[in-house]
Design a protein. Structure first.
Length: 337
């Protein structure tokens, strides 16, 4: 089978031995396609992954061999995620599911950018779903990234009447903003790129250009009884976004960190203390968040049409390059038929 592996700082498509189910439980699935996640980009660009790693985890696939009690059968078209919490450890009991050791250790094998993938029985039972009839393959590939956003919104535990700001309106920012809106909140957004601002406005999110911060600031304060937003969602990977967050969050408000930043600068102790801020992170979804994600996609509350650009497996390096160069919103690697 053909897989895309990391070699010498490049993504190379190579042929490796087919994976077989053998006498294991679980399933072998033919990957129809796999979304390219921001975390794949970070792992590739920062040289975090070892030689020979197969990246990709946002898979849409068809079952070709199965030994399972899950009820899925050969021929089923499914969407799956990669990590599963144990639900028993101290992290899981403390609701930090994505910090669970088991969560971090579970994965799809060898990785999503592969013609075939092995899904364990645990994957089939917890994080795999049939593709809803009204969604295309590309649309349903947002199941996992949207699940991450659902998790963040739930973790922030805001009331449905809250005013919130999303900084960064790339794919994740647009998913986050739509999720917040679906939960009933008033959502503002900002970004530096005009086409992203236009996309957000078209989805009913009042979005501003971060270059005109005064305008955004004035508008948001006028619409929040002059106190600022209750929570800022940081989906931008820019260090400068931290200042924007501190200027727009209200006293006693929350900042939800959803992205790494290159210089890894932080929030000042005294900002957190004097403004009584809550700065919290959110990293990855639970199975329940993935279910909510699939519902939001299926009922049309989160719209992902026109976000993806499709690449063939042979052009996967270009997909990485175009994403890094901000030429596209989201790459979907089309692998099987
Ligand atoms: Zn992802
Ligand atoms: Zn656990």
């Amino acid at each position: 089978m053909r897989v895309a592996e990391i070699h010498n700082g490049k993504i190379e498509v190579v042929t490796v031995d087919d994976i077989k189910l053998g006498d294991r439980t679980g399933a072998i699935v033919k990957v129809l396609g796999c979304g390219l996640c921001g975390s794949d980009i970070v792992k590739f660009r920062e040289h975090i992954s070892k030689e020979g790693t197969v990246l990709g985890h946002e898979i849409v696939a068809q079952i070709v061999d199965i030994n399972s009690k899950s009820g899925f059968k050969k021929g089923d078209k499914i969407v799956a995620s990669h990590h599963i919490p144990c639900f028993r450890c101290a992290y899981c009991k403390g609701k930090s599911y994505s910090m669970c050791k088991h969560f971090k250790e579970t994965n799809i094998v060898p990785g999503g950018f592969s013609e075939y993938v092995y899904l364990s029985e645990e994957h089939l039972l917890n994080v795999t779903h049939l593709i809803p009839k009204n969604l295309t393959e590309e649309e349903v590939s947002f199941y996992e990234p949207l699940g991450c956003c659902v998790r963040a919104v739930k973790r922030a535990s805001l009331s449905p009447l809250s005013d919130v700001l999303v900084i960064g309106l790339g794919t994740i920012g647009l998913l986050m903003a739509q999720t917040l809106k679906a939960f009933g909140m008033t959502v503002y957004g900002c970004d530096l790129m005009q086409d992203r601002i236009d996309r957000a406005n078209a989805l009913g999110i009042r979005a501003f250009n971060s270059k005109n911060l005064d305008e955004a600031h004035k508008y948001i304060y006028e619409h929040t009884h002059d106190i600022g937003v209750e929570c800022v969602f940081m989906t931008s990977g820019a260090d400068a976004a931290i200042d924007v967050a501190l200027q727009t969050v209200r006293l006693g408000g929350k900042i939800l960190v959803f992205s790494s930043t290159p210089r890894n600068t932080g929030y000042k102790n005294n900002d957190i203390y004097y403004k009584e801020l809550t700065v919290m992170g959110s990293y990855s979804p639970r199975p329940q968040d993935l279910e909510t994600s699939l519902q939001l996609l299926t009922n049309g509350e989160v719209v992902v049409k026109h976000l993806t650009t499709v690449y063939k497996l042979d052009d996967i390096q270009k997909a990485f390059d175009d994403t890094i160069a901000n030429k596209i919103m989201k790459a979907y690697i089309k692998i099987g038929e």
